[in-house]
Design a protein around this ligand. Structure first.
Ligand SMILES: Nc1ncnc2c1ncn2[C@@H]1O[C@H](COP(=O)(O)OP(=O)(O)O)[C@@H](O)[C@H]1O
Ligand SMILES: [Mg+2]
Length: 264
């Protein structure tokens, strides 16, 4: 089953064609990675899918429903959630409170149809805290529950952001460079966490520069170059693809696994 379908998508910024005639599909339950050099259009694609940008042209369907141009909160309510390339945590709030922000947004979306049921709102705060603690446990951050985010290590904050997105009960979770800036240990923790998320039945679309992470966990990989599809396939197919090797992996070829020519 296809959970996300992108068809002939284009996004221009003045004369910059950030996404150009892009089509691809994401299978429900998969880990689908999007790679490509800096400036290839990966973040722009996420911004289009999550409603931050309206496309210049083209169609996006989530669970067979057209969504292009819908506002982010509507899409989040449908189960389409994301993290951002740059950390978006509230430093003075505790880890639990940061996750509760994601939970409250989710609950409020659910409450809007019955806004006058005040007891529901009181109950929702208790439920949000409880669910947030469960999610901190899920991402391995229980020990930080009462710590202000500003005092937490960087790798933990990357997982905290994932917990906050999970608080919105995603069906599809888009992760924009979740391991960026992480050391090897932190990257391994992110790797394990992404696999746990997928095992919980949440489809993951992953943008990431760490090629050993991408190659290790992806069911499918889409390679972008200048806003266009350069190639797609399994990790083995991508490693062996001549166009990918030439444009992206460099002359070192497929065996130079880190493929990390672009570390940005
Ligand atoms: N808001 C914007 N306004 C103008 N140009 C943008 C904007 N966002 C992205 N771009 C341009 O679109 C291209 C793709 O950028 P981006 O999606 O951030 O790439 P990536 O995430 O793959 O590094 C780049 O040339 C970038 O400068
Ligand atoms: Mg980016």
């Amino acid at each position: 089953m296809t959970i996300l379908a992108v068809e002939d998508l284009c996004k221009d910024f003045g004369g910059v064609h950030a996404i150009q005639g892009l089509s691809f599909q994401v299978r429900a339950g998969s880990i689908h990675s999007i790679i490509g050099p800096n400036g290839a259009g990966k973040t722009t694609l996420f911004n289009l899918i999550t409603g931050l940008y309206a496309p210049s042209r083209g169609r996006i369907a989530f669970l067979d429903e057209p969504i292009a141009g819908q506002p982010p909160h509507r899409l989040a309510g449908m189960g389409l959630l994301r993290t951002f390339q740059n950390l978006q945590v509230f430093d003075t709030m505790t880890a639990t409170e940061n996750v509760m922000v994601g939970r409250h947004l989710h609950i409020l979306r659910g409450l809007v149809p019955s806004l006058l049921r005040l007891p529901g709102i009181v109950r929702s705060d208790r439920d949000a805290r409880e669910r947030s603690l469960q999610l901190l446990d899920f991402v391995g951050l229980s020990a930080y529950a009462d710590m202000p985010a500003g005092a937490m290590p960087y790798g933990a904050l990357k997982r905290l952001e994932i917990a906050r997105a999970l608080a919105g009960e995603p069906k599809l979770l888009l992760l924009d460079e979740p391991a960026a800036g992480c050391n090897a240990t932190e990257t391994k923790e992110i790797d394990t966490l992404i696999q746990r998320v997928a095992a919980a039945g949440i489809t993951v679309v992953l943008v990431e520069h760490d090629m050993s992470l991408v190659m290790g966990i992806s069911d499918h990989i889409l390679v972008l170059d200048y806003g266009r599809k350069l190639a797609e396939g399994t990790a083995a197919q991508i490693r062996a693809n001549p166009a990918v090797i030439e444009a992206y992996l460099g002359t070192e070829g497929a065996d130079a696994v880190p493929l990390a020519a672009d570390a940005g």
